[in-house]
Write a protein that binds this ligand. Structure first.
Ligand code: ADP
Ligand code: MG
Ligand code: ZN
Length: 474
C-alpha cells in the first residue's frame, strides 16, 4: 500500500556580500576581477605569516541581514578555523563561525499557496569564500580571486515542506538582500545546500537526511528537490535502496543526484577558535547605528509603494532592484509624485535601456536630473514627449536637462505668448484650412494643429494648443 509521505527540508544559503573589499584583506571583491588571480594579495593567497584584518562592513551587512530576518544579534561574536585540505583553499582552513555566530533565532514569513508559513532561521554566520578550480584538458588551475570574498551563511530550521516554499523563501531573500544593498545575488553569488528527509505522514521523527551541495539556480534547486524526495520515497516504499546520511551533488544534465561522500561531522573539521582575530563586540551605539541605516524591509517597502498607488507588477520590479527603488525613493524625496516617478523609471527609463540593449544596472541618471525633468513636465514647461527627449539625452549623453531644453528649443512653451504667436501665425498662413474648418470640416483642425506642433518642434503641450486653436477659430 502506498503511504503518504511528508517532505522536510532545511536550507543553508551562502550569500556573497556587496563589499568593496574582501573579508580579511583590502583586495577588491572578485567581481572587480578581469583576469584570474588579479584580486589577490599575500594574505588571501595564504602566504606564511600573513594575518587577517576584519572588514567592519562585513559585520554591518551581516547584522543588517539578521535584522531583516528578525534574528537576535550577538553582542559578542568570534571566528573559528574549519580545517580541510583542498587546492582552492590556500591556508587549508576556512575562517568561519561555529561557536558564536553573529545572528541566531530568526524567523521569516512566506506567502504561499497554502497561506502564510513561518520559517525559523537557526543562525547566520560570517565566513570567507574559497577559490575556484578551473580544469582545462589535462591541467587544473586555481584562481584565488574568490578566496576570502565575504559570505554570510543563513541556516534555517527544517521547516520547509515543499519545493515551492523553498523557492518562495529564496526569492524573498534575494529581493530583501538586493533592496537592502546586502548582495546583488547574481547567479553564483547565492548558493544553497539543500537538506532533505522524508517520513511517513504523521510520524513523530524525521527520516534519514541527505544534503545536496552547492546549487545556485532556483530551477536546479527545484528539480533536485523533486528528484531527491522521490528517491527517498521509493527507498522507503519499495526498499529500492537503503538511505544513508550523506552529501550528494545534483547533475543538471541528467536531473539526478549522486552520492559524493559520507556526511562529515564537526569532528572531521577539527574546528578551533581563530586566535588571529579578536572577538568582535557589538555595543549599543554600533547596533543603533546599523539599525538606523537599515533599509526598510521588503514588506514595509512594498506596502509603502502600494499606498502610493503603484501597481503590484511595478512593485515587483522595484523591489527586486535596489538601484531603481533607490532612484525612485530619491526622486520622491526631491518632491515628485511616487506613482508618476515610478512610471518615468519603469516605462521610460527602462524603454530607453532596452533600445540601447543595456541592463538596469547600466542606467545612468541621477535622481536630481530625473526630478528636474518630471518637474518641467508637471509644471507645463515642456510636454511629456519633450520630457522623454530630454530623458534620452540625459541617459545617453549625460546632458543637463534644463540646458538641453534651452539648447533645443523644447522649453519654448515657457513663454506662453510665443505659443500664442505661433498659433496666430499658423492661422494667418493657412487661410484655406481655416475656411474649411469654419465650414464644418473637422479634419482641417488636425492640419492646423500639426502645423503648430511643427513650428514648436514638438515642444508645446498638445491640449493647450488645441484649446488655443479652437478658441481663436470660434
Ligand atoms: P549539521 O551540523 O549536521 O550541518 P545542522 O543542525 O547544522 O546539521 O543542520 C543543517 C541543515 O540541515 C539545517 O538547515 C537543518 O534545518 C537541516 N536539517 C536538519 N535535520 C533535517 C532533516 N531531518 N531533514 C531535513 N533537513 C534537516
Ligand atoms: Mg551545518
Ligand atoms: Zn587579498
Amino acid at each position: 500500500m502506498i503511504m503518504n509521505y511528508e517532505l522536510v527540508i532545511g536550507l543553508e544559503t551562502h550569500v556573497e556580500l556587496s563589499t568593496e573589499s574582501k573579508i580579511f584583506c583590502s583586495c577588491g571583491g572578485h567581481s572587480a576581477a578581469n583576469e584570474p588571480n588579479d584580486c589577490v594579495c599575500p594574505a588571501c593567497s595564504g602566504m606564511p605569516g600573513m594575518l587577517p584584518v576584519m572588514n567592519k562592513r562585513v559585520v554591518e551587512l551581516a547584522v543588517t541581514a539578521g535584522l531583516m530576518l528578525n534574528c537576535e544579534i550577538s553582542r559578542y561574536t568570534t571566528f573559528d578555523k574549519k580545517n580541510y585540505y583542498y587546492p582552492d583553499l590556500p591556508c587549508a582552513y576556512q575562517i568561519t563561525q561555529l561557536n558564536h555566530p553573529i545572528c541566531t533565532n530568526g524567523c521569516v514569513t512566506l506567502k504561499t499557496s497554502n497561506g502564510a508559513r513561518d520559517i525559523r532561521i537557526k543562525q547566520i554566520h560570517m565566513e570567507e569564500d574559497a577559490g575556484k578550480l578551473v580544469h582545462s584538458g589535462n591541467a587544473s588551475f586555481v584562481d584565488f580571486n574568490r578566496t576570502s570574498v565575504p559570505l554570510i551563511e543563513i541556516v534555517t530550521q527544517p521547516d520547509f515542506r515543499s519545493a515551492e516554499e523553498v523557492v518562495t523563501y529564496l526569492n524573498k531573500l534575494k529581493n530583501m538582500f538586493r533592496s537592502g544593498g546586502i548582495s546583488e545575488c547574481e547567479e553564483g553569488a547565492m548558493r544553497c545546500d539543500v537538506n532533505i528527509s522524508v517520513s511517513p505522514e504523521g510520524s513523530e521523527e524525521f527520516g534519514v537526511r541527505t544534503e545536496i551541495k552547492n546549487m545556485s539556480s532556483f530551477e536546479a534547486i527545484e528539480k533536485a528537490i523533486r528528484y531527491e524526495s522521490q528517491r527517498h520515497i521509493d527507498a522507503l516504499e519499495y526498499e529500492t535502496e537503503e538511505l544513508v546520511q550523506e552529501t550528494r551533488r545534483f547533475d543538471d544534465a541528467s536531473g539526478k543526484t549522486f552520492a559524493m561522500r559520507n556526511k562529515e561531522t564537526e569532528a572531521d573539521y577539527r574546528y578551533f577558535p581563530d586566535a588571529n582575530l579578536m572577538p568582535i563586540i557589538i555595543d549599543d551605539e554600533w547596533l543603533e547605528q546599523i539599525k538606523a541605516s537599515k533599509p526598510e524591509a521588503v514588506d514595509e517597502k512594498a506596502e509603502q509603494y502600494r499606498e502610493a498607488g503603484i501597481s503590484d507588477k511595478e512593485i515587483d520590479m522595484l523591489i527586486s532592484n535596489h538601484k531603481i527603488s533607490k532612484l525612485l525613493d530619491d526622486t520622491v524625496a526631491l518632491g515628485c509624485n511616487a506613482k508618476d516617478a515610478a512610471a518615468w523609471i519603469l516605462t521610460d527609463c527602462m524603454g530607453i535601456l532596452r533600445k540601447a540593449k543595456k541592463t538596469v544596472n547600466e542606467l545612468e541618471v541621477t535622481a536630481e536630473n530625473l526630478a528636474a525633468i518630471i518637474k518641467m513636465v508637471d509644471g507645463g514647461k515642456i510636454n511629456r514627449n519633450a520630457g522623454k527627449k530630454v530623458l534620452i539625452a540625459v541617459i545617453e549623453d549625460g546632458a543637463d536637462p534644463v540646458e538641453y531644453c534651452k539648447a533645443n528649443g523644447l522649453d519654448k512653451q515657457v513663454d506662453s505668448s510665443a505659443v500664442d504667436g505661433i498659433v496666430d501665425k499658423v492661422i494667418s498662413e493657412n487661410a484655406q484650412a481655416v475656411e474649411d474648418y469654419k465650414n464644418g470640416k473637422v479634419k482641417a483642425l488636425q492640419a492646423l494643429f500639426g502645423a503648430c506642433m511643427r513650428e514648436l518642434k514638438g515642444a508645446g503641450d498638445p491640449t493647450v494648443i488645441k484649446e488655443l486653436l479652437e478658441n481663436k477659430l470660434k
